[in-house]
Design a protein around this ligand. Structure first.
Ligand code: FAD
Length: 290
């Protein structure tokens, strides 16, 4: 099923994210995680794509497991920055063979010591999106950044390129994680001003250990609100308390988003079905699963 079909049906949806294994020997464990996550009946499950493209077959394997074994719509991420166009085309073909209809089309982070772009590479996600569109009847998602992409000189410049990306054929957008909902609401005003009409799924990351937060900030430049910083400062030495507080914080963010009319939230569950399960349990009267 295409994600675009249920984004506009007026019902609240919650989706989850997994990452693929690095080694084939870990594939069975990864499939067990898919099974556990599927029991929570998310509206779809996304599977990330390794930054170098070296584990692309596992992304396809796990997308297949999500959709064709566990019967939950799968969203396969696909990055292009570390691959040739031929390699990307072969992954698109594999997804087509497995009837995976949803692709999150991304550029990926530019590798530090690589010559980029080479003649047979895509330079920006919008080029990849246009190409996927020409290769089949896919529902295509793109990434967006409520705090601006770290490479962009300004949010306004980033929004100009976001509009190009949507015009190239994006059916929906998913945000980078944010820890203050006002950042999302302000971003949505700017999106509307730019006449960007694609639905924008809010991405929420439950931070359940202190190591995660340092990595997140260094990778994405996220703003950390004082309320969230106080939790990390107070509980980072106590793993059980940090986990509980992180789940509560993410739950509150999601309740506020739904209360303010956001119809779809994507949880960056990072292969943790237990964390996803607790959040959904906290929302048991708020989010009624199909
Ligand atoms: P783009 O949309 O191409 O944008 C990259 C930068 O280029 C931006 O600063 C933009 O403003 C600028 N730009 C865009 N078009 C133009 C243009 N025409 N001219 C000039 N500048 C332009 N990474 C992974 O490796 N694997 C994953 O599975 C993965 N999943 C992700 C999922 C989500 C929801 C998000 C938000 C990010 C994900 N990422 C993933 C990280 C992502 O790959 C990086 O943030 C990457 O740096 C940018 O990818 P993009 O698709 O947003 O790029």
């Amino acid at each position: 099923m295409k994600i675009s079909e249920f984004l506009n049906n007026g019902k609240v949806g919650i989706s989850c994210e997994l990452f693929p294994p690095k080694l084939g020997s870990q594939l069975n464990n990864a499939k067990e995680v898919v099974r556990e996550m599927a029991k929570l009946s998310p509206s779809y499950m996304s599977i990330t794509y390794g930054a170098t493209g070296g584990t692309s077959e596992y992304t396809v394997d796990i997308a297949n497991e999500i959709q064709n074994v566990n019967h939950i719509p799968a969203l396969a991420h696909l990055t292009c920055v570390s691959s040739t166009k031929e390699k990307v085309h072969s992954v698109i073909e594999q997804l087509k063979e497995k009837h995976i209809e949803n692709i999150l089309a991304l550029r990926g982070d530019i590798p530090r010591e690589a010559d980029f772009p080479l003649p047979n590479q895509y330079r920006y996600a919008c080029e990849l999106i246009a190409d996927i569109k020409s290769q089949g009847d896919f529902c295509i998602g793109g990434a967006c950044y409520p705090e601006g992409h770290p490479e962009a000189d300004s949010i306004q410049e980033d929004l100009v390129h976001l509009k190009e990306k949507v015009d190239a054929g994006c059916d929906f957008l998913t945000t980078q994680m944010f820890f203050d909902n006002n950042i999302y609401y302000n971003f949505m005003y700017k999106v509307l001003q730019k006449n960007i009409k694609a639905p924008v799924i809010a991405g929420i990351m439950p931070v359940t250990n202190s190591g995660q937060i340092k990595k997140i900030i260094s990778l994405s430049g996220n703003m950390v609100p004082p309320r969230f910083k106080a939790i990390v400062d107070r509980f980072s030495d106590n793993p059980a308390a940090m986990r509980q507080a992180g789940i509560a914080y993410a739950t509150e963010q999601i309740i506020d988003l739904i209360a303010n009319g956001v119809d779809h939230v994507h949880i960056y569950t990072m292969n943790k079905p237990d964390v996803a399960g607790e959040i959904l349990q906290n929302l048991s009267e708020i989010y009624i699963r199909n």
